[in-house]
Design a protein around this ligand. Structure first.
Ligand code: PMP
Length: 427
């Protein structure tokens, strides 16, 4: 139950051994992982199908569970305001923009959304891409080249690292949120390269902590670097009106050269954006392959995200409620003796378990008792840093938080005992 339907039988004529996907090392690896997961009874947690809008609760396999697995931080996905905006755009422009933006794909909701996002970041302009991941990849690729250097937080999202990789620039990671380490690296390495980028995230999606923006602003100035901040998880979450990291610190957003964000979290759509100076946006619109050679965003999605920006600004109590609930979650978890790692109480809070098997077993037991939270396990994080990652929304109540954390606190020791006993049996 809750599973998407399986695949069709293999077509005839697939015996050709030169074209046998099952011989790929990666395919074999997946098969082994699946078999092991099945043996441990932890194979039921991924690709589960939600049967309606996932809110504070969600229905999976006909069963309603408490939901801490989705990124709708302000609880507005599926709301009448967003649905009406999407419906109006659907009626007017259809479901597709049917072409790339520079050719035949431009529709009014694109620029309306870009204007709203630029205003949010106090920027001159903005460009939206059809995928958040692609936004990071193609922005970094387009702006930085062989003679350049990218300094990035070691826990940066895959899309940042991929972008730096394909850009051809030299890549220098610094330990997570350790700006003394970054300064050491800058002092030693910056002078060797032409342009330099420092890139980090506004709110880290695995750990729930934030970087020191005032210090980053100082470093970028001192060492002559561009500063890029990925606000995927910070928008709608940080700052009194949800405008993100700069608002959180009460700083002028102009200290950041490249504001990147996604439409898939608070803005309940699909895609990503870059906001900043007009020349930056123009450069990406005319040259970045992931924008130039890709279809324009679906107009109803652009309209829904535009409306989500409006709801966020119109109803700041959503942001305040989310901040209160997140703080409560953090305090209550600590009170129950749970390890929340580096979390600072901003919408994303991990419960550190340590050990992929224990973490997956714990998530499976919670799910069977009506609490759905995603286990984050190796290789996404280090084996000893496996965790449950809770996403909070302004729709969660304190009672729901207590219910979930009481259950975690009850189940965690049981899972640890079981895992230890299974490991002993194996030895
Ligand atoms: N940046 C960060 C920090 C992310 O967490 C993600 C994905 N959650 C992305 C970029 C990619 O965004 P999307 O899923 O919207 O493609």
């Amino acid at each position: 139950p809750g599973r998407a339907t399986g695949h069709a039988p293999a077509p005839s004529g697939t015996e050709d051994s030169a074209c046998d996907f099952s011989q790929f090392a990666d395919v074999k690896k997946i098969a082994i992982h699946k078999a092991v997961a099945k043996q441990w009874g932890i194979d039921s947690l991924y690709f589960l199908c939600h049967e309606g809008v996932a809110r504070d609760t969600t229905v999976i396999g006909g069963k309603t569970c408490l939901n801490f697995s989705t990124y709708d931080y302000l609880g507005i996905n599926g709301s009448e305001a967003l649905n009406a905006a999407a419906r109006a755009a659907l009626e007017k422009y259809g479901s597709s923009s049917s072409g790339s933006r520079p050719t035949s794909g431009e529709r009014p909701p694109h620029r309306e959304l870009e204007r709203a996002l630029a205003d949010l970041h106090g920027a001159q302009d903005c460009v939206v891409f059809v995928s958040g991941h692609a936004t990071n990849v193609w922005t970094i690729y387009q702006l930085f080249k062989k003679r350049d250097v990218v300094f990035y937080d070691s826990l940066s999202h895959n899309s940042i690292i991929q972008g730096a990789q394909i850009s051809g620039a030299v890549r220098l990671p610094f330990s997570h949120n350790d700006l003394d380490a970054l300064e050491e690296l800058l002092a030693a390495e910056r002078h060797r390269y032409h342009r330099a980028l420092i890139v980090t995230e506004g709110l880290f999606s695995m750990d729930g902590d934030i970087p020191d923006l005032p210090r980053l602003a100082e470093l970028k100035k001192k060492y002559g670097c561009f500063l890029m901040v990925d606000e995927a998880h910070a928008l709608g979450v940080l700052g009194p009106t949800g405008r993100g990291l700069a608002e959180h610190y009460g700083m002028d957003p102009g200290v950041v050269d490249i504001w990147m964000g996604t439409l898939s979290k608070t803005l309940c759509g699909c895609g990503g954006y870059v906001a900043g100076r007009a020349e930056l946006v123009e450069c990406l619109k005319y040259l970045a392959p992931g924008f130039l050679y890709s279809v324009g965003m679906s107009p109803p999605l652009a309209a829904a995200s535009r409306e989500a920006v409006a709801v966020m600004l119109r109803e700041p109590e959503r942001v305040r409620r989310l901040q209160e609930t997140s703080r409560f979650f953090l305090d209550y978890a600590r009170q129950k003796g749970l390890d929340t790692g580096r979390a600072q109480g901003y919408a994303v809070v991990p419960i550190m378990v340590g050990g992929s098997v224990e973490t997956a077993m714990l998530a499976a037991r919670l799910f069977h008792q009506g609490v759905y939270v995603i286990p984050i396990i190796f290789p996404v994080v280090e084996e000893k840093a496996a965790r449950l990652r809770f996403f909070l929304s302004c729709s969660h109540t304190k009672a729901q938080v207590r219910q979930a954390l009481d259950l975690v606190a009850k189940e965690l020791p049981l899972v640890r005992q079981t895992a230890a006993a299974m490991a002993e049996d194996r030895d």
